[in-house]
Design a protein around this ligand. Sequence first.
Ligand SMILES: [Zn+2]
Length: 432
Amino acid sequence: MSAATSLREEATELLQELIRVDTVNPPGNETRAASVLRDYLAEHGVEATLVAREPERANIVARLEGGNGPSLAFVCHTDTVLADPAEWQRDPWSGDLVDGEVWGRGALDMKGQVAASAVAFASLWREGFRPAGDLLFAATADEEVGDCFGLEWLVREHPDLVRVDFALNEGGGERVELGGSTYYFCGVAEKMSAGFRVRVRGRSGHASTPGIADNALVKAAPYITRLGSYRPAPWLIPEVERFLEVTLGAVPSAEDALAQAREELGSRAAEIVEPLLALTLSPTMIEASQARNVIPAVCDLTVDCRLLPGQRPDDVEDELRTVLGDGDWELEWIERVGGSRSALDTPLWSALDDFVATVEPGARLVPSCNAGFTDSHYLRDAFGTIAYGFFPMRAMEYELAVRLEHSADERVPVDDLELGVTALRHAALTVL
Ligand SMILES: [Zn+2]
């Protein structure tokens, strides 16, 4: 059996074991997965540390000590979202291997990467790899809910365990073909989720006599329309600039970017670029009267708002107030999560770019900016870590993977698991 074959099988078997322990969050029970990982690592001579805010919600961290050079972490989460067996063709916790794919909840998000990270780490360890700086493996709890049992908690309570210069996490690695060329995405930034509420005020009254009241629901209608149809002026963040530079060969103006991406690269590229040219606004919820026959004095409109990395609510509030115009309303921010970024030109970027060109000649690495967020922002915020999302997928089409995540029949091709192990090992061997 070749070394490559055994890493492939090692990752497959470990993933099957991880899927077979139910770590649906809530409640999580991630200690089950941490124990599987501790036993696997121990078999290969690696001593790992379990550390937990509550006994059943353990994180696991292992460290291969190096010199004083830069450190790198393989970061991943062991919890999953729920699964309804009635929707699935197979038991979501079977870990079945069928036609070269491992089935089960978490196969893509993200026990596959957990298994690949552990195997990459253990294989380097037993080969006697002596890195220039520390190599870390951190499989953490509670990413899907975020009640502070996982990386957020570790960064706060045990910073010395997870302080690191570079990190590879979920949130990237998708392979796309645009304009006849192949690209792999590397997640370097994320938008900030900054939802807000517009409270519109009127005067209550009996619904049978609308003339005596001032209906807040009706007054809210124009604000919904204004916010929903608002198109802010576009501008190019560095991540989009680089994406256009690599894919188009030159950077167009912010005003021309969308049209040019659509024309030269296709509609898929336009879909990627459009939400990254400006903040987005989507009115999504409305609450007014609790009774059919009572005209509401108050109407609350909730708006999903995603800011570009670098933008803060304070920067855009005046703009939003102008969009709303005069009237009886109050604007209140109700959330601000994510919105971090890592630099583009780093040794880790070069290592991944080089990896992509090696496994697929002609392919290039391009930055992506996620609309959602991962645990990477905890590391970026606390330590200034260069944290990228990268787990390459080639055997499974990106469109299919997106459909299966958090949905029924989630599965991962073994070919992609193996590609992931190779990518992570390459990054460690190059950066360290
Ligand atoms: Zn995930």
